[in-house]
Design a protein around this ligand. Structure first.
Ligand SMILES: Cc1cc2nc3c(=O)[nH]c(=O)nc-3n(C[C@H](O)[C@H](O)[C@H](O)COP(=O)(O)OP(=O)(O)OC[C@H]3O[C@@H](n4cnc5c(N)ncnc54)[C@H](O)[C@@H]3O)c2cc1C
Length: 295
């Protein structure tokens, strides 16, 4: 146990050791991975009563990315820098790789992890929309065993995740997707360099042989207190030919619903227009509908 600016610091070597330490120390200790959220929060006084951290960043079983049995298992301590350049992710889940590539700055991406991103559960967490669209499961380990929950069940509200103090997020598991899907990804930030997303949208669509939308999934980022897919727009688009007029209509409708749900403040008219544009653009990319005539 070392001292880190008045905070007790312990490094775990294995998942079992980390779980034992968290159980022994109780809720006054928190796990720390990259520390890019936690250390900032501690300094700002967001975690009252926290006396120490258990560093899990060097636990081998929590690192790296493993493709097996119809799924891809991303260790919770995989960094954004690793995910941004991973060939398999870039090929099969390009919006997730792009989302990780958009996080913060090179320093933040080298330390910040996917586990920290979802446990921190900031509404603007960049990986969340792509994980929702991919149908990802979050694997949680506790001394009593392991459970898997979907990302929208795991993130229960702004900065709140369904995780007990003695539990760890072990991995994020992506199911292999049926072939032929196309992704769209749009992200708006105030500045290029170090700013968090103001809004983002991920879309994924499969077209049938006649060019109609067989299946489509859409998720916005940084606009809703609790993340969810835009099921109204998805339902409206299914079975239809993706014309610009149709995609615009679906985008406008879902943007209005999202802004209503988030609460109408002075910025609502701006947000609604921008979100509708991002949804339409992401859908155009995902359906390859760019340049299609309006109907
Ligand atoms: C300057 C700056 C810019 C940023 N820009 C962005 C951005 O553009 N987009 C974005 O999404 N985020 C951004 N962030 C936020 C942050 O970098 C990310 O959310 C990052 O992914 C957090 O990961 P971490 O490993 O550093 O988390 P940590 O700070 O180590 O942990 C965050 C929380 O998760 C818990 N935790 C971490 N791992 C686990 C685990 N395996 N099991 C259980 N609990 C765990 C910790 O106890 C803590 O509560 C930025 C942060 C800074 C400081």
């Amino acid at each position: 146990v070392a001292d880190l600016n008045g905070l007790r610091y312990t490094r775990a070597g294995t998942v079992e050791e980390a779980l034992q330490l968290l159980e022994r120390f109780g809720p006054r200790y928190m796990p720390v991975a990259g520390g890019t959220d936690l250390l900032v929060g501690l300094r700002r006084g967001w975690y009252d009563g926290i006396e120490g951290v258990v560093d899990i960043a060097r636990v081998d079983a929590l690192r790296g990315l493993d493709a097996q049995d119809g799924q891809i298992c991303i260790g919770s301590c995989a960094t954004h820098a690793e995910l941004a350049v991973h060939d398999l992710l870039r090929a099969e889940y390009p919006a997730l790789a792009s989302a990780s590539a958009a996080v913060g700055s090179p320093q933040i991406r080298n330390r910040g992890t996917i586990g920290g991103n979802i446990v921190g559960a900031a509404p603007c967490a960049d990986t969340v929309p792509a994980l929702l669209v991919a149908g990802a499961l979050v694997e949680v380990v506790a001394p009593s065993g392991t459970r898997s929950v979907s990302v929208d069940q795991f993130i229960t509200g702004p900065y709140t995740a369904a995780l007990q103090p003695h539990e760890l997020t072990r991995a994020v598991v992506l199911p292999r997707l049926k072939p032929g899907g196309r992704w769209g990804y749009e992200r708006l930030a105030r500045r290029g360099a170090l700013d968090r997303a103001r809004m983002s949208v991920v879309a994924l669509a499969w077209l049938d042989d006649d060019g109609r939308i067989d299946e489509v999934r859409i998720a916005p980022g940084a606009v809703l207190p609790k993340p969810r897919r835009l099921s109204e727009a998805e339902g409206m688009l299914r079975g239809k030919t993706p014309t610009t007029a149709l995609l615009s209509e679906a985008a406008r409708g879902s943007a209005a619903a999202v802004v209503d749900e988030a609460g109408r403040r002075w910025s609502a008219p701006y947000k609604q227009r921008v979100l509708a544009t991002l949804v339409r653009r992401a859908l155009e990319q995902a359906t390859a509908a760019e340049g299609l005539p309006d109907e």
